[in-house]
Write a protein that binds this ligand. Structure first.
Ligand SMILES: NC(=O)c1ccc[n+]([C@@H]2O[C@H](COP(=O)([O-])OP(=O)(O)OC[C@H]3O[C@@H](n4cnc5c(N)ncnc54)[C@H](O)[C@@H]3O)[C@@H](O)[C@H]2O)c1
Length: 390
Protein backbone atom coordinates (compact mmCIF):
# COMPACT_ATOMS: atom_id res chain seq x y z
CA UNK A 1 0.00 0.00 0.00
CA UNK A 2 1.08 3.60 -0.33
CA UNK A 3 1.59 5.69 2.82
CA UNK A 4 0.75 7.43 5.00
CA UNK A 5 -0.85 4.66 7.06
CA UNK A 6 -4.10 5.65 8.80
CA UNK A 7 -3.52 4.92 12.47
CA UNK A 8 -5.67 4.92 15.59
CA UNK A 9 -4.79 4.41 19.23
CA UNK A 10 -6.88 2.92 22.04
CA UNK A 11 -5.93 4.01 25.58
CA UNK A 12 -4.49 7.53 25.82
CA UNK A 13 -2.70 7.01 29.14
CA UNK A 14 0.93 7.00 30.26
CA UNK A 15 2.19 4.75 27.48
CA UNK A 16 -0.43 5.79 24.93
CA UNK A 17 0.79 9.39 25.18
CA UNK A 18 4.34 8.26 24.42
CA UNK A 19 3.03 6.50 21.32
CA UNK A 20 0.99 9.58 20.33
CA UNK A 21 4.20 11.59 20.62
CA UNK A 22 5.98 9.17 18.28
CA UNK A 23 2.99 9.20 15.91
CA UNK A 24 3.00 13.01 15.77
CA UNK A 25 6.67 12.90 14.73
CA UNK A 26 5.92 10.16 12.16
CA UNK A 27 3.01 12.23 10.84
CA UNK A 28 5.43 15.10 10.16
CA UNK A 29 7.47 12.64 8.10
CA UNK A 30 4.29 11.52 6.27
CA UNK A 31 4.64 7.92 7.46
CA UNK A 32 1.32 7.88 9.33
CA UNK A 33 -1.85 9.90 9.51
CA UNK A 34 -3.43 9.90 12.98
CA UNK A 35 -7.15 9.54 12.32
CA UNK A 36 -8.69 8.31 15.60
CA UNK A 37 -8.15 8.06 19.35
CA UNK A 38 -10.27 6.19 21.90
CA UNK A 39 -10.47 6.42 25.68
CA UNK A 40 -13.46 6.06 28.00
CA UNK A 41 -12.54 9.20 29.98
CA UNK A 42 -13.24 12.46 28.06
CA UNK A 43 -10.49 14.33 29.95
CA UNK A 44 -7.89 11.96 28.42
CA UNK A 45 -8.91 13.11 24.94
CA UNK A 46 -8.76 16.88 25.41
CA UNK A 47 -6.16 18.92 23.50
CA UNK A 48 -5.14 20.53 26.75
CA UNK A 49 -4.24 17.31 28.45
CA UNK A 50 -2.57 15.63 25.47
CA UNK A 51 -0.49 18.75 24.72
CA UNK A 52 0.90 18.65 28.27
CA UNK A 53 2.64 15.41 27.25
CA UNK A 54 2.93 15.96 23.50
CA UNK A 55 3.57 19.68 22.86
CA UNK A 56 3.37 19.33 19.04
CA UNK A 57 0.00 17.55 19.14
CA UNK A 58 -3.04 18.92 17.31
CA UNK A 59 -6.44 17.21 17.24
CA UNK A 60 -7.15 18.53 13.77
CA UNK A 61 -8.33 15.66 11.57
CA UNK A 62 -8.60 13.21 14.49
CA UNK A 63 -11.95 11.70 15.49
CA UNK A 64 -12.42 10.89 19.18
CA UNK A 65 -14.24 7.81 20.47
CA UNK A 66 -15.16 6.72 23.96
CA UNK A 67 -15.02 3.02 23.13
CA UNK A 68 -12.55 0.89 21.23
CA UNK A 69 -15.41 -0.77 19.34
CA UNK A 70 -16.68 2.49 17.89
CA UNK A 71 -13.17 3.26 16.69
CA UNK A 72 -12.83 -0.24 15.21
CA UNK A 73 -16.16 0.11 13.40
CA UNK A 74 -15.41 3.64 12.13
CA UNK A 75 -13.59 2.54 8.99
CA UNK A 76 -11.05 5.29 9.69
CA UNK A 77 -7.99 3.19 10.48
CA UNK A 78 -5.64 0.71 8.83
CA UNK A 79 -3.85 -0.06 12.11
CA UNK A 80 -4.59 0.30 15.81
CA UNK A 81 -2.19 0.63 18.74
CA UNK A 82 -3.84 -1.04 21.78
CA UNK A 83 -2.41 0.58 24.91
CA UNK A 84 -4.78 -0.33 27.75
CA UNK A 85 -4.09 -2.16 31.04
CA UNK A 86 -3.76 -5.89 30.37
CA UNK A 87 -6.80 -6.89 32.43
CA UNK A 88 -9.08 -4.51 30.50
CA UNK A 89 -9.06 -6.36 27.15
CA UNK A 90 -12.46 -7.68 26.20
CA UNK A 91 -12.29 -9.04 22.67
CA UNK A 92 -11.37 -5.71 21.01
CA UNK A 93 -8.17 -7.07 19.46
CA UNK A 94 -10.11 -9.99 18.01
CA UNK A 95 -12.81 -7.71 16.57
CA UNK A 96 -10.23 -5.35 15.05
CA UNK A 97 -8.31 -8.25 13.48
CA UNK A 98 -11.53 -9.73 12.10
CA UNK A 99 -12.15 -6.39 10.43
CA UNK A 100 -8.75 -6.57 8.71
CA UNK A 101 -7.09 -3.93 10.90
CA UNK A 102 -3.37 -4.35 11.71
CA UNK A 103 -2.63 -4.82 15.43
CA UNK A 104 0.04 -3.15 17.55
CA UNK A 105 -0.54 -4.64 21.02
CA UNK A 106 1.28 -3.22 24.03
CA UNK A 107 2.64 -5.87 26.32
CA UNK A 108 1.33 -7.73 28.31
CA UNK A 109 -1.32 -8.54 25.69
CA UNK A 110 -3.58 -9.92 28.46
CA UNK A 111 -3.10 -11.65 31.83
CA UNK A 112 -4.82 -14.86 30.76
CA UNK A 113 -3.48 -17.33 28.26
CA UNK A 114 -6.95 -18.32 27.01
CA UNK A 115 -7.53 -14.69 26.00
CA UNK A 116 -4.12 -14.48 24.36
CA UNK A 117 -4.81 -17.64 22.35
CA UNK A 118 -8.12 -16.15 21.25
CA UNK A 119 -6.42 -12.86 20.22
CA UNK A 120 -3.74 -14.82 18.36
CA UNK A 121 -6.30 -16.99 16.56
CA UNK A 122 -8.13 -13.92 15.23
CA UNK A 123 -4.87 -12.28 14.11
CA UNK A 124 -3.49 -15.43 12.52
CA UNK A 125 -6.77 -16.36 10.81
CA UNK A 126 -7.29 -12.91 9.36
CA UNK A 127 -3.61 -12.61 8.42
CA UNK A 128 -3.34 -8.98 9.57
CA UNK A 129 0.13 -7.60 10.38
CA UNK A 130 0.83 -7.59 14.12
CA UNK A 131 3.48 -6.68 16.62
CA UNK A 132 3.84 -6.57 20.41
CA UNK A 133 5.40 -3.52 22.06
CA UNK A 134 8.78 -4.97 22.94
CA UNK A 135 10.58 -1.77 22.06
CA UNK A 136 14.00 -2.93 23.29
CA UNK A 137 14.21 -5.12 20.17
CA UNK A 138 14.41 -1.86 18.22
CA UNK A 139 17.27 -0.38 20.24
CA UNK A 140 20.42 -0.03 18.12
CA UNK A 141 22.80 -1.52 20.70
CA UNK A 142 20.53 -4.43 21.61
CA UNK A 143 20.04 -5.20 17.92
CA UNK A 144 23.83 -5.17 17.45
CA UNK A 145 24.11 -7.76 20.24
CA UNK A 146 21.46 -9.97 18.60
CA UNK A 147 23.25 -9.74 15.25
CA UNK A 148 26.64 -10.49 16.84
CA UNK A 149 25.22 -13.55 18.60
CA UNK A 150 23.40 -14.86 15.54
CA UNK A 151 26.16 -17.40 14.79
CA UNK A 152 26.93 -18.22 18.45
CA UNK A 153 25.42 -20.42 21.14
CA UNK A 154 24.30 -18.61 24.28
CA UNK A 155 25.01 -20.67 27.38
CA UNK A 156 23.82 -18.27 30.07
CA UNK A 157 22.32 -14.82 30.51
CA UNK A 158 21.88 -12.90 33.73
CA UNK A 159 19.86 -9.73 34.12
CA UNK A 160 19.31 -7.85 37.32
CA UNK A 161 16.77 -5.04 37.15
CA UNK A 162 16.79 -2.97 40.33
CA UNK A 163 13.70 -0.80 40.41
CA UNK A 164 11.17 0.42 42.93
CA UNK A 165 7.43 0.52 43.44
CA UNK A 166 5.91 2.79 40.84
CA UNK A 167 5.19 6.41 41.79
CA UNK A 168 1.77 7.94 42.25
CA UNK A 169 0.11 10.21 39.72
CA UNK A 170 1.45 8.63 36.57
CA UNK A 171 -1.43 6.41 35.54
CA UNK A 172 -4.52 7.55 33.69
CA UNK A 173 -7.02 4.70 34.11
CA UNK A 174 -9.66 5.47 36.75
CA UNK A 175 -8.96 2.23 38.58
CA UNK A 176 -10.82 3.46 41.66
CA UNK A 177 -14.08 3.27 39.64
CA UNK A 178 -13.26 -0.19 38.31
CA UNK A 179 -12.63 -2.10 41.54
CA UNK A 180 -8.88 -1.43 41.32
CA UNK A 181 -6.43 0.48 43.51
CA UNK A 182 -7.64 3.81 44.95
CA UNK A 183 -4.35 5.55 44.04
CA UNK A 184 -4.43 4.43 40.35
CA UNK A 185 -1.00 2.79 40.65
CA UNK A 186 -2.29 -0.38 39.00
CA UNK A 187 1.23 -1.63 38.21
CA UNK A 188 1.73 -2.28 41.95
CA UNK A 189 -1.48 -4.32 42.12
CA UNK A 190 -1.38 -8.02 41.36
CA UNK A 191 -4.89 -8.41 39.93
CA UNK A 192 -4.26 -5.57 37.50
CA UNK A 193 -0.60 -6.06 36.59
CA UNK A 194 -0.30 -9.83 36.98
CA UNK A 195 2.88 -9.13 39.13
CA UNK A 196 5.85 -6.96 38.17
CA UNK A 197 7.46 -9.83 36.28
CA UNK A 198 4.43 -9.97 33.99
CA UNK A 199 4.05 -6.19 33.69
CA UNK A 200 7.70 -5.16 33.46
CA UNK A 201 10.04 -8.17 33.65
CA UNK A 202 8.43 -9.35 30.42
CA UNK A 203 10.73 -6.85 28.63
CA UNK A 204 13.88 -8.49 30.01
CA UNK A 205 12.43 -11.92 29.32
CA UNK A 206 11.73 -11.00 25.73
CA UNK A 207 15.10 -9.34 25.11
CA UNK A 208 16.92 -12.43 26.35
CA UNK A 209 14.97 -14.44 23.77
CA UNK A 210 15.90 -11.88 21.12
CA UNK A 211 19.60 -11.89 21.98
CA UNK A 212 19.89 -15.66 22.10
CA UNK A 213 17.53 -16.24 19.14
CA UNK A 214 15.84 -18.82 21.34
CA UNK A 215 12.60 -19.58 23.18
CA UNK A 216 11.94 -20.37 26.81
CA UNK A 217 11.33 -24.08 27.38
CA UNK A 218 10.68 -24.06 31.14
CA UNK A 219 10.63 -21.68 34.09
CA UNK A 220 11.21 -21.85 37.84
CA UNK A 221 10.52 -18.86 40.07
CA UNK A 222 10.56 -17.80 43.69
CA UNK A 223 9.21 -14.43 44.79
CA UNK A 224 9.55 -12.56 48.08
CA UNK A 225 6.11 -11.36 49.09
CA UNK A 226 5.54 -7.87 50.42
CA UNK A 227 4.27 -8.02 54.03
CA UNK A 228 0.47 -7.93 54.08
CA UNK A 229 0.32 -4.83 56.30
CA UNK A 230 2.04 -2.85 53.51
CA UNK A 231 -0.39 -3.84 50.74
CA UNK A 232 -2.73 -0.94 51.39
CA UNK A 233 0.00 1.68 50.84
CA UNK A 234 2.54 -0.07 48.60
CA UNK A 235 0.42 -2.51 46.60
CA UNK A 236 0.31 -6.28 46.90
CA UNK A 237 2.98 -7.20 44.35
CA UNK A 238 6.11 -8.98 45.64
CA UNK A 239 9.24 -7.02 46.68
CA UNK A 240 11.66 -9.27 44.80
CA UNK A 241 11.56 -11.89 42.08
CA UNK A 242 14.06 -14.59 41.19
CA UNK A 243 13.24 -16.29 37.90
CA UNK A 244 15.20 -18.96 36.04
CA UNK A 245 14.43 -19.77 32.42
CA UNK A 246 15.62 -22.91 30.68
CA UNK A 247 16.06 -22.07 27.00
CA UNK A 248 15.17 -24.51 24.21
CA UNK A 249 18.76 -24.63 22.90
CA UNK A 250 20.02 -25.60 26.37
CA UNK A 251 21.17 -22.27 27.81
CA UNK A 252 19.90 -20.87 31.11
CA UNK A 253 18.71 -17.33 31.80
CA UNK A 254 18.46 -15.67 35.21
CA UNK A 255 16.27 -12.69 35.90
CA UNK A 256 16.32 -10.91 39.24
CA UNK A 257 13.83 -8.11 39.60
CA UNK A 258 13.32 -5.88 42.64
CA UNK A 259 10.53 -3.48 43.65
CA UNK A 260 11.05 -2.10 47.18
CA UNK A 261 9.02 0.95 48.15
CA UNK A 262 10.78 4.12 49.35
CA UNK A 263 13.80 3.24 47.21
CA UNK A 264 14.53 5.54 44.33
CA UNK A 265 17.47 3.52 43.10
CA UNK A 266 17.42 2.16 39.57
CA UNK A 267 20.15 -0.18 38.43
CA UNK A 268 20.86 -2.76 35.77
CA UNK A 269 23.31 -5.63 35.43
CA UNK A 270 23.46 -7.61 32.19
CA UNK A 271 25.80 -10.40 31.28
CA UNK A 272 25.67 -12.79 28.35
CA UNK A 273 27.90 -15.86 28.28
CA UNK A 274 28.39 -17.57 24.95
CA UNK A 275 30.59 -20.55 24.21
CA UNK A 276 33.75 -18.46 23.94
CA UNK A 277 33.07 -15.13 25.52
CA UNK A 278 31.44 -12.78 28.00
CA UNK A 279 29.36 -9.89 26.70
CA UNK A 280 29.10 -6.85 28.95
CA UNK A 281 27.05 -3.68 28.50
CA UNK A 282 29.69 -1.04 29.26
CA UNK A 283 29.78 2.45 27.67
CA UNK A 284 30.38 0.39 24.56
CA UNK A 285 28.75 -3.05 24.37
CA UNK A 286 31.71 -5.45 24.36
CA UNK A 287 32.63 -9.10 24.13
CA UNK A 288 35.61 -10.42 26.10
CA UNK A 289 36.92 -13.17 23.86
CA UNK A 290 40.34 -14.41 22.76
CA UNK A 291 40.58 -14.82 19.00
CA UNK A 292 44.04 -16.39 18.64
CA UNK A 293 45.24 -20.00 18.90
CA UNK A 294 44.04 -21.33 22.24
CA UNK A 295 45.41 -21.77 24.81
CA UNK A 296 47.73 -18.79 24.43
CA UNK A 297 51.31 -19.04 25.69
CA UNK A 298 50.68 -16.12 27.98
CA UNK A 299 47.44 -14.97 29.58
CA UNK A 300 46.40 -11.95 27.47
CA UNK A 301 45.83 -8.52 28.98
CA UNK A 302 42.14 -7.73 29.33
CA UNK A 303 42.42 -4.98 26.69
CA UNK A 304 43.69 -7.56 24.20
CA UNK A 305 40.49 -9.59 24.42
CA UNK A 306 38.06 -6.65 24.58
CA UNK A 307 36.13 -6.48 21.35
CA UNK A 308 33.52 -3.77 20.67
CA UNK A 309 30.20 -5.26 19.56
CA UNK A 310 28.31 -1.95 19.54
CA UNK A 311 30.02 1.41 20.03
CA UNK A 312 28.51 3.78 22.60
CA UNK A 313 27.18 6.04 23.79
CA UNK A 314 24.03 4.02 24.36
CA UNK A 315 20.84 5.60 25.66
CA UNK A 316 18.16 3.76 27.57
CA UNK A 317 16.66 1.02 25.46
CA UNK A 318 13.26 1.89 26.98
CA UNK A 319 13.14 5.53 25.94
CA UNK A 320 11.64 7.70 23.21
CA UNK A 321 14.07 6.56 20.52
CA UNK A 322 13.00 2.94 20.61
CA UNK A 323 9.33 3.93 21.02
CA UNK A 324 9.55 5.83 17.73
CA UNK A 325 11.63 3.02 16.19
CA UNK A 326 9.11 0.27 16.97
CA UNK A 327 6.20 2.40 15.75
CA UNK A 328 7.99 3.33 12.56
CA UNK A 329 9.07 -0.26 11.94
CA UNK A 330 5.45 -1.36 12.31
CA UNK A 331 4.02 1.35 10.05
CA UNK A 332 6.65 1.02 7.32
CA UNK A 333 6.48 -2.78 7.42
CA UNK A 334 2.83 -2.45 6.37
CA UNK A 335 3.35 0.34 3.83
CA UNK A 336 6.30 -1.44 2.17
CA UNK A 337 5.00 -4.97 2.81
CA UNK A 338 8.17 -5.93 4.69
CA UNK A 339 7.11 -8.09 7.68
CA UNK A 340 10.78 -8.56 8.64
CA UNK A 341 10.95 -4.93 9.88
CA UNK A 342 8.67 -5.89 12.77
CA UNK A 343 11.15 -8.13 14.68
CA UNK A 344 8.25 -10.00 16.29
CA UNK A 345 4.61 -10.85 15.73
CA UNK A 346 1.74 -11.39 18.13
CA UNK A 347 2.21 -15.13 17.64
CA UNK A 348 5.99 -15.16 18.13
CA UNK A 349 5.60 -13.07 21.30
CA UNK A 350 3.39 -15.61 23.04
CA UNK A 351 6.49 -17.39 24.37
CA UNK A 352 7.57 -14.24 26.28
CA UNK A 353 4.14 -13.74 27.80
CA UNK A 354 3.56 -17.42 28.60
CA UNK A 355 6.96 -17.50 30.32
CA UNK A 356 6.20 -14.67 32.74
CA UNK A 357 2.71 -16.01 33.45
CA UNK A 358 4.29 -19.42 34.09
CA UNK A 359 6.77 -17.77 36.50
CA UNK A 360 3.77 -16.80 38.64
CA UNK A 361 2.50 -20.38 38.59
CA UNK A 362 5.92 -21.76 39.50
CA UNK A 363 6.13 -19.40 42.47
CA UNK A 364 2.60 -20.37 43.56
CA UNK A 365 3.67 -24.04 43.39
CA UNK A 366 6.79 -23.53 45.53
CA UNK A 367 9.27 -23.16 42.67
CA UNK A 368 8.03 -26.10 40.58
CA UNK A 369 9.45 -26.33 37.07
CA UNK A 370 6.76 -25.32 34.56
CA UNK A 371 7.26 -26.44 30.97
CA UNK A 372 5.87 -23.70 28.70
CA UNK A 373 4.40 -26.05 26.09
CA UNK A 374 2.55 -27.89 28.89
CA UNK A 375 1.31 -24.61 30.35
CA UNK A 376 -0.10 -23.69 26.95
CA UNK A 377 -1.58 -27.10 26.08
CA UNK A 378 -2.09 -29.43 29.06
CA UNK A 379 -5.33 -29.84 31.00
CA UNK A 380 -3.44 -29.73 34.30
CA UNK A 381 -2.84 -26.00 33.79
CA UNK A 382 -6.30 -25.17 32.38
CA UNK A 383 -7.36 -23.34 35.54
CA UNK A 384 -4.31 -21.07 35.32
CA UNK A 385 -5.07 -20.16 31.72
CA UNK A 386 -8.69 -19.20 32.33
CA UNK A 387 -9.89 -15.63 32.76
CA UNK A 388 -12.08 -15.80 35.90
CA UNK A 389 -14.26 -12.97 34.55
CA UNK A 390 -15.40 -15.13 31.63
N1 LIG B 1 7.52 0.70 27.37
C1 LIG B 1 6.51 -0.06 27.45
O1 LIG B 1 6.52 -1.05 26.80
C2 LIG B 1 5.35 0.30 28.34
C3 LIG B 1 5.46 1.33 29.28
C4 LIG B 1 4.34 1.61 30.07
C5 LIG B 1 3.17 0.88 29.92
N2 LIG B 1 3.12 -0.12 28.99
C6 LIG B 1 1.90 -0.91 28.78
O2 LIG B 1 0.91 -0.09 28.16
C7 LIG B 1 -0.38 -0.46 28.62
C8 LIG B 1 -1.07 0.77 29.20
O3 LIG B 1 -0.36 1.20 30.35
P1 LIG B 1 -0.34 2.72 30.81
O4 LIG B 1 0.85 2.86 31.67
O5 LIG B 1 -0.48 3.62 29.66
O6 LIG B 1 -1.66 2.78 31.72
P2 LIG B 1 -2.61 4.04 32.02
O7 LIG B 1 -3.56 3.61 33.07
O8 LIG B 1 -1.77 5.25 32.29
O9 LIG B 1 -3.34 4.28 30.64
C9 LIG B 1 -4.24 3.40 30.08
C10 LIG B 1 -5.25 4.20 29.29
O10 LIG B 1 -6.18 3.29 28.70
C11 LIG B 1 -7.51 3.78 28.90
N3 LIG B 1 -8.39 2.62 28.93
C12 LIG B 1 -8.57 1.74 29.93
N4 LIG B 1 -9.44 0.79 29.55
C13 LIG B 1 -9.80 1.07 28.27
C14 LIG B 1 -10.66 0.44 27.34
N5 LIG B 1 -11.33 -0.68 27.63
N6 LIG B 1 -10.82 1.03 26.12
C15 LIG B 1 -10.15 2.18 25.81
N7 LIG B 1 -9.30 2.79 26.66
C16 LIG B 1 -9.13 2.25 27.87
C17 LIG B 1 -7.43 4.54 30.22
O11 LIG B 1 -8.48 5.47 30.37
C18 LIG B 1 -6.05 5.17 30.16
O12 LIG B 1 -6.10 6.43 29.55
C19 LIG B 1 -0.16 -1.58 29.63
O13 LIG B 1 -0.29 -2.81 28.98
C20 LIG B 1 1.27 -1.38 30.07
O14 LIG B 1 1.88 -2.56 30.53
C21 LIG B 1 4.19 -0.41 28.18
Amino acid sequence: MSGPLRVGLVGVGQRGLQHVNAMVQMQKDEIVHITALADPYPENLTDDKIQRFVPDYSSSGIKMFDTADDLIESGLVDAIWFVIPPNQHNGEIERAANRGIAIFAEKPQSLFLDDIISQDRAITTSGVPSTVGFQMRHDRGYTDIAAYLSDKWVAAMTMIAEGAVEGHGVKHTHTEELGGPANRVWTANRAWSGTSIVEAGIHQTDIMRYWSNDDVEWVRAIYTDRPVELHETEGDNPIAYTVIYGMKKGGVANLIFTKPARSYYGGRFDCIIHTHGTIKLEDDFVDYTFDGAWPPHQTPEIEQVRKIVSPGPHHTAMGQESTRAIGEAFATSIIENKPEYRLNSFNSSINSLASVLAANISNDLGGERIVIDEFINDDKYARYRRNPQK
